[in-house]
Design a protein. Structure first.
Length: 561
């Protein structure tokens, strides 16, 4: 790429100013990439170059991120050749070359709320604060989101006096402004209207949620019935960078097979946070963002590296704690039922000043430091977040518990399903004659041990005709002699459930379509309890969130040959 004093000979756009973005970690680089386009929109006067600083322990993934975004990238060593007019960074721990251009540092979280290892010594330092030498030079400017952060800095770093700029928090503004699109995010993530989305949020380090309880996502999936709940996880980019995506996915293999939505470390976490019904978090910024936006919260961890007096530290004094060894379902249901949207209003007031104006203020600061007049276009406003791609793999096997209650106008069959991949983390099945448990597998299940021991086999896609459905049922029960039932939906409506003795039950659901594994569970419960299968009207209760009428009818035996 053209750099140096004669770069104009090859350039198409001859910008009046050069803005250098310091790209050191994924977290800090993402924050700039999410903010900068709105600030420099349609302005050819500013030439932007990203300088890659490889000095961080969390630098893995930065170059891939920049290349995906299509950024001009130069090595950090070439920075002096560019004669920048302004250096912009969301990482405070950068070695700025000699010169007199200003350095604007954006927060990559919420304020200065965490103590982190100092890469220049064996001590700890306050995250977000540039070295004293840069403060003394008079070149550094620290963007803050609340006046209390200036008071905190003056108490711990007196050299920061006069070097702060009250801007606000563009990320929080986006989250708050995107609440109106919450249903769109939930639909994109595959969360049904009757389901609750529980999101686990973990910062990085040994005191984080995953540092303390790496199996918590799997345990939540084991205790929250999958027809009533979905579970997602937002993991700090530093965890992805330090350990690698392969390691993180391997550590969460059972949870991912059980349907965990492991959010990609870039961008996707924001709409997922807006979509959440309950947040299980720690002392990271994502937890504070979610609580401030009005989401019910349970704290599963809170480290001593959280700084006293900050908004997140205040959150710890008012938010309920999750007993990770207690009844997880009861705690999630209780916090959702008892929550009020204004519960953490005081916490939000301590973290974010005058929300909604951060981008406009930041643009004014940026152009003032560049010594350029602001563009004549209206000040930027926070945009709603884009719809995310679904980050979960399909669940292909379930531990199904059924119970039949007689005595009303129709028998009630209660069905609860939990992913079989996390069965080891769940409670023992109830020991009752009125309740039965069976294993149900999709034909897509890759673990042959599960399919060969499953009582119920389910076809993933509907079959186009009843004849094709009957043929699939017969072939499946022949291929897997240990199975009792095989079930498939038929395109156009209805579900056929084949029994090993040759009977075929047609299950018609009066409401919206269901996964064929659910009507198959009703038939299984009927076989176990002697429920009439021909012409029976049954009330299906899917956990505590859905109730449907089901009609069971025996079909004539299919012709052979």
């Amino acid at each position: 790429m053209p750099v140096g004093p004669d770069a104009h000979r090859w350039s198409t756009f001859d910008g009046e100013r050069t803005l250098i973005v310091a790209a050191r970690t994924v977290t800090s680089t993402v924050r700039v990439l999410e903010t900068l386009p709105a600030l420099l929109r349609d302005d050819p006067r500013v030439s932007v170059v990203f300088a890659h600083d490889p000095g961080s322990a969390f630098n893995d993934g930065v170059l891939d991120l920049l290349r995906t975004a299509g950024c001009r990238v130069v090595p950090w060593e070439q920075l002096e050749r560019l004669s920048p007019d302004l250096i912009l960074s969301a990482s405070e721990n950068i070695d700025v070359p000699e010169g007199d251009c200003p350095v604007l540092v954006l927060p990559h979280g919420v304020g200065f709320q965490k103590l982190v290892p100092d890469s220049r010594s064996s001590r700890e330092r306050l995250s977000g604060v540039v070295p004293d030498s840069l403060l003394e030079s008079g070149r550094a400017w620290l963007a803050i989101s609340h006046p209390a952060q200036e008071e905190q800095l003056l108490a711990s770093h007196p050299r920061a006096a006069g070097r702060t700029l009250l801007v606000g928090d563009p990320c929080f503004d986006e989250l708050a402004g995107s609440r109106s699109r919450r249903s769109a995010y939930r639909e994109a993530l595959g969360v049904a209207e009757h389901q609750r989305l529980v999101v686990v949020s973990s910062t990085w380090g040994p005191t984080s949620l995953l540092g303390n309880h790496p199996d918590l996502p799997a345990r939540l999936l084991a205790h929250l019935a999958c027809d009533e709940y979905r579970v997602g996880a937002i993991v700090h980019p530093n965890v992805w960078s330090a350990h690698g995506a392969w390691q993180l996915r391997t550590l969460q293999a059972a949870a991912r097979e059980a349907g965990l939505m492991l959010m990609p470390p870039v961008h996707a976490w924001r709409p997922a946070l807006v979509a959440a019904d309950v947040l299980v978090g720690d002392h990271g910024s994502v937890t504070l963002y979610g609580a401030a936006a009005g989401t019910p919260l349970l704290l599963a961890a809170f480290g001593e590296d959280a700084v006293a007096g900050t908004a997140v530290h205040h959150l710890a004094s008012v938010a309920p704690r999750l007993d990770v060894h207690g009844d997880l379902l009861d705690q999630v249901e209780r916090v959702a039922a008892e929550h009020t949207p204004e519960r953490y209003a005081d916490v939000a007031a301590r973290a974010f000043s005058e929300p909604g104006h951060a981008l406009a203020r930041l643009r004014s600061v940026l152009y003032r430091l560049l010594e350029l007049p602001e563009p004549p276009s209206p000040p930027p406003v926070p945009l709603t977040l884009p719809v995310p791609d679904p980050p979960a793999v399909p669940v292909t096997s379930w531990q199904v518990t059924t119970g039949v209650t007689e005595g009303g106008p129709a028998p009630v069959v209660t069905v609860r399903r939990s992913p079989a991949a996390v069965a080891a983390y769940g409670a023992a099945p109830p020991d009752s004659a009125a309740v039965s448990t069976h294993l149900s597998c999709s034909e897509d299940e890759r673990d042959r041990r599960l399919t060969e021991s499953a009582s119920v086999l389910v076809r993933s896609d509907p079959v186009s005709t009843s004849v094709g459905a009957l043929r699939w049922i017969e072939d499946t029960l022949t291929r897997l002699p240990g199975s009792l039932l095989a079930a498939t939906a038929v395109r156009g409506g209805g579900c056929l459930v084949g029994v090993r003795d040759g009977r075929v039950v047609e299950a018609a659901v009066t409401g919206s379509p269901l996964d064929p594994g659910v009507p198959a569970a009703v038939v299984y419960a009927g076989l176990r309890t002697g429920l009439r299968l021909d012409g029976a009207h049954v009330t299906l209760r899917l956990g505590d969130v859905r109730e449907e009428d089901v009609v069971l009818r025996l079909r004539p035996a299919p012709p052979r040959g």
